[in-house]
Design a protein around this ligand. Sequence first.
Ligand SMILES: *Cc1c(COP(=O)(O)O)cnc(C)c1O
Length: 421
Amino acid sequence: MPTKQHPFDSAWLEELTREYSTPFHIYDEKAIRANARALRDAFAWNDGFKEYFAVKAAPNPYLMKILAQEGFGSDCSSLPELFLADTVDIRGESIMFTSNDTPAVEYREAARLGAIINLDDISHIDYLEEHAGLPELVCCRYNPGPLKAGNVIIGHPEEAKYGFTREQLFEGYRILRDKGVKRFGLHTMVASNELDSDYFVETAHMLFDLIVELSEALGITFEFVNLGGGIGIPYRPEDSPVDLAALGQSIKEVYDRIIGGSDHPPLKVFLECGRMVTGPYGYLVSRVLHAKHTYKEFVGLDACMTNLMRPALYGAYHHISVAGKEDAPADHVYDVTGSLCENNDKFAIDRALPEMEPGDLVVIHDAGAHGHAMGFNYNGKLRSAELLLRENGDVVQIRRAETVDDLFATLDLNSLASFEV
Ligand SMILES: *Cc1c(COP(=O)(O)O)cnc(C)c1O
């Protein structure tokens, strides 16, 4: 049976909970950096390669600062995400602003920061021009529709709300060219959590072909192609990660053949991955509060789906290790629950695990993307702290836990006394 490892010794973890009460998220800096370098190395053949970390996966400026040092930019899609990038000195063309249904104020802020603006729709050309002015460099998001099969999370591209159709792209770049835009990029994002690297090679192929066609038809050249994000991670013990080096080489072969074999000048390759950048290197640590024996065996944690909603939201698998019992036989079957008054508040259903008892610490794997980030406050739940395990073994708190005061900060309780009912 394949298994999954985590980097924490159980006695060390127990000690850590004296300072930081559970539940908390903890990220492994060394592993994040090693993975970032592997991604960079895989595309080192491409002059100007850049990964724009999709901030929504783990919107913590401490993590963004580490990633910036590894050469990553930020892929932002909202005002607060732009704010975070600016806070850690990620500005200008180190920001990719890939939004949709975008309010004017966000385009203005993206323009102020000099971000690369990636348009989601042909009607946004006029909207952007009216509200922020057209920059010299513009990117458009392609939705290949029925020309490309989607994957499970994104579904069929033609059902997706994102991007320009193929015809709209030809029209859109022509309009942009005629309005004086000088520099162009092309983007697509058609998969999420995809572990089959052929999918990304095919996507690159499709975009390289399209760039050659667009540039010949319109007499423009492209500076970059943004292949989007969507590289999956091995949530299940039997899953294999995408081989980044092999992926980089396969894309290089297609690049050499199509771009190299055309009159088009060299093209920078961009990615905007989120999940694979931080996902496997973040863990949700929680303690078993109760063991309950009714029609099933339940263990109740001090974390709940407000700390990690993927299992409840999509039935997603997150591996669970019981600290100190990593090598014990998984000869019990449990539903692992949280405390929300929602019956789908379960981290696992019918999961084979070692025998558990109140007080055990559990480590929930692959919580580093869309974990804390998707947190919410339903049922008055407070969002947990985020910790960082530094390369030297120190732990620093990179976001404190919320307090009840934080939760009620938007309520004017002083006016309540004089509120007549
Ligand atoms: C979410 C998102 C990403 C990142 O996707 P991952 O699956 O986390 O790699 C990149 N680009 C856009 C536009 C997104 O919405």
